[in-house]
Ligand binder design. Structure first.
Ligand code: PLP
Length: 385
């Protein structure tokens, strides 16, 4: 079976893990610090003094157990509560809606563009009410949404903007990385993402005090360092807690894998771009399907998607490909169709979402594919009609 997602872990990651074993320090330690440092250095942020572009530093980032935990932490930090509304596309990852529901707030599902599957300024604007506290956007498949204008809209209404950057770890808008344009950003390094550390997430806070608070809350709410990191003139078994925090930290085994993947990730994205272009060239002349719209912004090429004329054609094509050992899927199944979220009520009129959820198909796209496999997918699609 040709898989839709895969990962590329090899002897470099194994050697790095072996070194962590040898060090006897498996928990959160030097490798975890190094991973945060190295990944934040790769992320280009705007310089607020207007001096141009600058790379990020540790004080705005922390790794955590997963991207979902990152959204939970941010909802908690913002004090989202009953009666509040948080806008997100219905085409979002399930954990994002859960984080809103967990705080007893109401997820307000917005529509998306028919071709990019990204929310636009208009789709968000029409859902803003006096109760809106935050907006959570996604950069679908790695292609940046209109984040600069969405950011201006949120600032105008004094609403916090969170970027779910799981699809777009190194995507850029005007040379600035997605994930650091809004007030908060979250990344995922789970087993099906571009950079794979097993399970791991990254949180960005534009405000360094917010970051400090989240760092404490990700480690039991401890205000002092634990154990031997306390000053020696103190009794090191004493501690203080500022908040009933969870334990959402990352260990050095995971971080050592992440560090090796970080060295390879540009190569992964280049390979994904190559396959993306192969699909484009192999399918563009078929008038019964649509290839993804081109974008001026830098994508991370997380997913490749095609759009069919109707639901039946999409489903039949998916079946035809599966019979030929090619796995395809649709991401992300609209949350307003999920029974559990219906309890929040609301009449959702999301025509584009409903259309694309019936007609879009995501094809295999990852760096572990071979040219032959990509050509086979193209050939099997071409013979469908
Ligand atoms: C995978 C994913 C997440 C969740 O990431 P985890 O690290 O698995 O919690 C969130 N949003 C999107 C868009 C994703 O694809």
């Amino acid at each position: 079976m040709i898989q839709i997602y895969s990962n590329s872990l090899g002897k470099e990651e194994l050697n790095a893990v072996e070194k962590v074993f040898d060090s006897k320090w498996l928990g959160k330690g030097p490798k975890t610090e190094e991973f945060i440092t190295n990944i934040s250095r790769k992320i280009v942020t705007s310089n607020f003094e207007g001096m141009g572009f600058t790379v990020a530093t540790n004080s705005n980032f922390i790794t955590t157990t997963c991207c979902t935990e990152g959204i939970f932490q941010i909802m908690d930090l913002l004090g989202i509560k009953e009666g509040d509304e948080v806008i997100l596309p219905s085409i979002s990852f399930v954990g994002v809606a859960n984080a809103i529901m967990y705080k007893n707030a109401k997820p307000i599902f917005c529509d998306v563009d028919k071709h990019t599957l990204n929310p636009t300024v208009k789709h968000i604007e029409e859902k803003i009410t006096p109760k809106t506290k935050a907006v959570i956007v996604i950069h679908y498949a790695g292609v940046p949404c209109d984040i600069e204008n969405i950011s201006s809209l949120c600032k105008k209404h004094d609403i916090k903007l969170i970027e779910d950057n799981a699809n777009s770890p190194f995507s850029k808008v005007n040379n600035i990385n997605t994930g650091v344009i809004g007030d908060f950003g979250v990344w995922s390094f789970d087993a099906m993402k571009i950079l794979v550390a097993g399970d791991c997430g990254l949180i960005y806070c534009k405000n360094k005090d917010d970051m400090k608070t989240i760092k404490e809350r990700c480690y039991l709410g401890l205000t002092s360092g634990s154990g031997m990191s306390n000053p020696i003139d103190k009794k090191w078994w004493e501690f203080d807690v500022s908040y009933p925090g969870r334990r959402s930290i990352v260990n050095d085994i995971t971080s050592a894998i992440g560090l090796e993947q970080l060295k390879k990730v540009d190569g992964f994205i280049n390979k994904r771009y190559e396959y993306h272009e192969m699909y484009n060239q192999g399918l563009i002349d078929l008038e019964w399907l649509q290839t993804p719209p081109s974008s001026f912004n830098k994508s991370s090429y997380y997913m490749y998607w095609i759009q069919l004329e109707d639901e039946n054609t999409r489903n039949e094509l998916a079946k035809h490909l599966k019979e030929n050992e090619i796995y395809t899927t649709f991401r992300y199944y609209p949350l307003h169709w999920v029974e559990h979220y219906k309890e929040v009520g609301g009449e959702w009129e999301l025509p584009n979402t409903e259309l694309v959820a019936k007609t879009t198909l995501c094809l295999p796209l990852h760096q572990a594919l071979t040219n032959e496999e990509v050509n086979k997918v193209i050939e099997k699609i071409r013979e469908f009609k």
